[in-house]
Design a protein around this ligand. Structure first.
Ligand SMILES: Cc1cc2nc3c(=O)[nH]c(=O)nc-3n(C[C@H](O)[C@H](O)[C@H](O)COP(=O)(O)OP(=O)(O)OC[C@H]3O[C@@H](n4cnc5c(N)ncnc54)[C@H](O)[C@@H]3O)c2cc1C
Length: 463
């Protein structure tokens, strides 16, 4: 034992603060490298807890998150318990359902259960060598203390680790609460089967608010209603809940159930959503922030956890590149990662703010259509932003730059085509006016056909 202790003492000790999704995954990465990892979690161990409190019940896992899980040998295990969602299913007010695929055939995102993912990651860490579990408080209130070579702050959007950074000079920090809150409602199975088609992310876009639903393994759906707090607060009785649903989500009333709706709506108050940006992510060679502690993003791109998981791969790649030298790895991590995390925070906010303004614009819908057609014919040259973000590991800020570049090229191309069409049309009109008249299709009809190819989805087409 003595000898073993002696040999182990040469191993660096890593203290991970926060045993949520990113902290637990990070512990797997460090343990895989042979570090002596301690996880400090302020809540009860989720693997033993009877009731799991916290944020969204399920989440969409996409390529970046999967790649991180793959690095620690957990991808297959997690995806075996995920439900593929190949398309959004848009529910109109009349109850009409229209699918919009996420990408090309075979491209999908996965609905995964947050609690299960967290438990698997914590257990995954345990299976790695030399990882230990510690709670930072013993039952008698005293605290465990360790000497750590590196502190990794993965303690979420309200990070206590990050508070220490705030005391320091040249630390930039901003946080923005959006006016919307969210509330989760459960849609139970019908006769033991899913109440709606399971392999879709269902969306009810309703201009200033919307509801989405993701499938769970127990054949329920978790519906999340996103709405301005002031609208949540206007609904104060069970009857008002039903009236509201009757006006905006009538098809969901029989599926969720009148009594369940009346009860669930008041079970918990709507939760707030915050966007946090900061820089740098490190202090010397001693402390580093990852996941929501470094960059909480609003959930309208389905990337918060995926970005946090990608933080872990990026850090691990730098550990490889710099031979685990924290002095080199930490500053480089800040240099590489801050622009990408800021880019996804901006994109998520853009989606939240701008989509509401754009979604009813025919030009916006037409442009989306053009992007998809061009991607089909030139898959390597024109890649829709959603595809770059969700199905590749193109660094987020490169994806944004490329998106701007693509927009310029496509808009320019469209302008030239329009000018060409006008000139050509004028020429035809003057030369062959009789024949052209016979061929003409009403412009309004053409437009309706074109636009109906894609269904409007405010705040949603990127989810
Ligand atoms: C409604 C909603 C839907 C979302 N949907 C998606 C989605 O579809 N896809 C996606 O990728 N992301 C999604 N996200 C974002 C995702 O939930 C977060 O990005 C992710 O949970 C971040 O993980 P984390 O481990 O960094 O932080 P957290 O999950 O917040 O975990 C932090 C952990 O630290 C612990 N802790 C806090 N303070 C301390 C302390 N002082 N000491 C010790 N422990 C502490 C907490 O108890 C917690 O366990 C969604 C978020 C919301 C709100």
């Amino acid at each position: 034992m003595e000898k073993l202790e002696g040999r182990q003492s040469r191993k660096k000790v890593v203290a991970v603060v926060g045993g949520g999704l990113v902290g637990a995954l990070n512990a797997c990465f460090f343990a895989k490298r042979g570090f002596n990892v301690h996880v400090f979690e302020s809540r009860e161990d989720i693997r033993k807890a009877k009731i799991v409190k916290g944020r969204s019940i399920n989440l969409a896992l996409s390529h970046r998150g999967r790649q991180a899980l793959k690095h620690v040998g957990m991808e297959d295990k997690i995806i075996s318990k995920g439900i593929p969602m190949h398309a959004r299913m848009i529910h109109s007010l009349s109850g009409k359902q229209s699918p919009i695929p996420y990408g090309r055939k075979g491209q999908y995102i996965l609905s995964v259960d947050r609690a299960n993912l967290n438990k698997e990651l914590l257990s995954g860490k345990r299976r790695q060598k030399d990882a230990e579990d510690l709670n930072d408080r013993r039952s008698d209130g005293s605290k465990d203390q360790i000497h750590a070579d590196l502190i990794v702050g993965c303690d979420g959007a309200f990070s206590a680790t990050r508070k220490q950074f705030l005391r320091r000079s040249r630390f930039n920090y901003s946080q923005t609460y959006i006016p919307h809150g969210y509330m989760e409602l459960t849609m139970p199975p019908v006769n033991g089967e899913f109440a709606m088609k399971p392999n879709y992310l269902h969306i009810w876009p309703r201009n200033t608010f919307m509801m989405i639903a993701l499938p769970n393994l127990d054949k329920t759906f978790t519906c999340t209603l996103f709405m301005p707090f002031e609208d949540f607060e206007k609904i104060t009785t069970g009857d008002e809940v039903i009236q509201f649903f009757q006006s905006y989500f009538p098809d969901t009333i029989p599926l969720i159930g009148v009594e369940a709706l009346k009860k669930d709506y008041f079970r918990l108050p709507a939760q707030a959503m915050v966007s946090v940006k900061c820089s740098p992510y490190h202090i010397g060679d001693k402390c580093v922030l990852m996941g929501d502690a470094a960059h909480a993003v609003v959930p309208f791109y389905g990337q918060g956890m995926n970005a946090g998981f990608e933080d872990c791969i990026v850090f691990d790649e730098l550990m490889e590149q710099f031979n685990e030298d924290f002095c080199a790895v930490l500053p480089e991590y800040t240099r590489v990662r801050v622009p990408d995390d800021h880019a996804i925070a901006d994109l998520a906010m853009y989606n939240y703010v701008e989509m509401r303004a754009h979604v009813n614009s025919k030009w916006f819908l037409f442009r989306k259509y053009v992007d998809n057609v061009l991607h089909f014919f030139l898959p390597k040259t024109i890649i829709p932003l959603y595809t770059m973000v969700t199905f590749t590991r193109i660094p987020y800020h490169h994806a944004v730059e490329r998106w701007h570049w693509q927009n310029k090229v496509i808009n320019y191309g469209l302008l030239l085509s329009a000018v060409g069409a006008v000139l050509g049309g004028s020429y035809l009109l003057t030369k062959h006016s009789q024949q052209v008249n016979n061929l003409a299709v009403p412009a309004e009809k053409m437009w309706t056909r074109l636009v109906s190819f894609r269904i409007p989805g405010m705040m949603t087409t990127q989810m």
